[in-house]
Design a protein around this ligand. Structure first.
Ligand SMILES: *Cc1c(COP(=O)(O)O)cnc(C)c1O
Ligand SMILES: [Zn+2]
Length: 433
């Protein structure tokens, strides 16, 4: 029951160990295709439930627990796992109320080893790099992909190479890539241009490219929704809501849901709601035109993880909307940062891009798309500590035209009990630092 690579357009097939990223025939994106007919006979919910809580690698990972659905035939010795996944699914009545739904769960992918869901993709990508005997792996990144690649490359004994854009990189992410020892190159270009460059350099120098065009990364990221549904005791939510940047998660989620349904592990497919920032919304603009046209754009948003104007996985995202009866919505930076502040204020916390999920639920409820009685799982994609600048600037209300609607002011006090008491008794001036 060997898996193969298959073009999503022309269905041409390639061996699983071919080093290609797009179809040689038509340029289409590739899927890792598993033998679903065999899996249907061998895999049950029990297969995965029995592995819960184990210390045994690789099943202690929230990705490799589902090995049969991710990369069934891979030999254990190749697997590079921290282990990742096993992230919490928070039930948040307060945020649910704010968003206007009865039941809202937030799956916190910031709880992965390097602080974002990218780790679930990287364990797949680095594992394949070792299967192929590669020595060097590279990516272009808005930040989290590079942090993750750097860690997994080092952990797996490979050289990591990351291309950064020259501005607006969140400090938490840059510092991770440097600390984990990757070769870091800052390039005077935006993400979309860097992605083009990394693909060319990869081909010329024989370096394995691990951007989300790489289908093995998407296989790993499928585990986010599989794990969420297992955490719900296999009861399928009505909606899964997520931020959309390069649309890797969008593609991975829909493939996971499609396969789970085919395998009889879920009885219906939840609807996906993909939320983009207004300043980086090529999928949204295409969606409102019923996908009749697609135009790459120059991207601008404070949510740097989704500041992408030409998402490589666009064709798979269109398929995702079809497969899941999905919708695409946009939210403003103001809505993103306010939603983030509310998530942070509940003690959960996330980076700006993740705010899309909560902001998006509220907007879709207001628009009558999500019904208040429906069950929603929102994905928090990255950790609060990834982008401290964004958080501090918000609470200082130093974001130019944007306003901090839920600020937590930093008080200043003289070193005396009296001065401190004044603040704590509510008499102190609410000074902002
Ligand atoms: C990568 C990333 C995204 C965007 O995910 P895509 O799969 O590229 O759409 C969103 N949020 C965070 C924190 C990310 O790191
Ligand atoms: Zn093709």
């Amino acid at each position: 029951m060997l898996s193969i690579l298959q073009c999503m357009n022309c269905n041409r097939q390639y061996p699983i160990d071919a080093v290609i990223y797009t179809c040689e025939e038509c340029g289409g994106l590739l899927d890792v295709q598993h033998d679903l007919d065999t899996l249907r006979k061998t895999v049950t919910r029990d297969t995965f439930d029995q592995r819960l809580g184990t210390y045994e690698a690789p099943y202690n990972s929230g990705v490799w627990r589902y090995k049969e659905l991710i990369y069934p035939d891979v030999k254990q010795e190749y697997i590079v796992s921290r282990p990742e996944g096993n992230t919490n699914l928070y039930h948040s009545p307060k945020l649910a109320q704010w968003a206007g739904v009865k039941t809202l769960y937030l799956k916190h992918e910031g709880e992965n080893p390097t602080g974002s869901f990218k780790d679930r993709g990287m364990t797949g990508g680095l594992t394949q790099a070792r299967v192929l005997g590669m020595k060097r792996v590279a990516c272009a990144s808005t930040g989290n992909t590079s942090a993750s690649l750097a860690a997994y490359a080092a952990f797996g004994g490979l050289e990591g190479i990351v291309f950064f854009q020259n501005k607006q990189i969140a400090l938490g992410k840059l510092s991770q890539a440097i600390a984990y020892g990757s070769t870091c190159i800052q390039i005077a270009a935006d993400f979309d241009k860097n992605l083009e460059l990394v693909r060319q350099v990869g081909i010329e120098l024989g370096i394995y490219v691990l951007n989300s065009i790489n289908p093995f990364r998407l296989e790993g990221q499928k585990s986010i929704v599989i794990e969420a549904i297992q955490q719900l005791r296999w009861k399928v939510p009505d909606w899964i809501v997520l931020p959309g940047g390069n649309l890797g998660n969008t593609s991975a989620f829909s493939k996971a849901l499609y396969e789970l349904h085919k395998l009889g592990l879920i009885d219906r497919i939840p609807r996906l709601a993909i939320i983009q920032a207004e300043g980086a919304n090529p999928l949204y603009r295409s969606f409102v035109k019923e996908f009749e046209s697609y135009e790459p754009m120059h991207a601008e948003t404070l949510a740097t993880a989704i500041k992408i104007g030409n998402p490589v996985n666009y064709p798979k995202a269109v398929r995702a909307v079809m497969w899941t009866d999905g919708v695409v919505e946009q939210v403003s930076d103001q809505e993103i940062l306010d939603a983030k502040a509310l998530i942070d204020g509940q003690g959960i916390g996330c980076e700006p891009a993740s705010g899309c999920s909560l902001a998006g639920v509220r907007k879709l409820v207001n628009g009558g798309i999500i019904k208040p009685t429906e069950t929603v799982v929102g994905i928090l994609t990255g950790h609060l500590l990834k982008d401290p600048d964004a958080t501090i600037s918000y609470h200082r209300d130093e974001l130019g035209t944007l306003k901090a609607n839920y600020p937590n002011h930093l008080h200043q006090a003289e070193p005396s009990v009296e001065a401190i008491s004044q603040i704590l008794m509510g008499k102190g001036e609410a000074q902002t630092a």
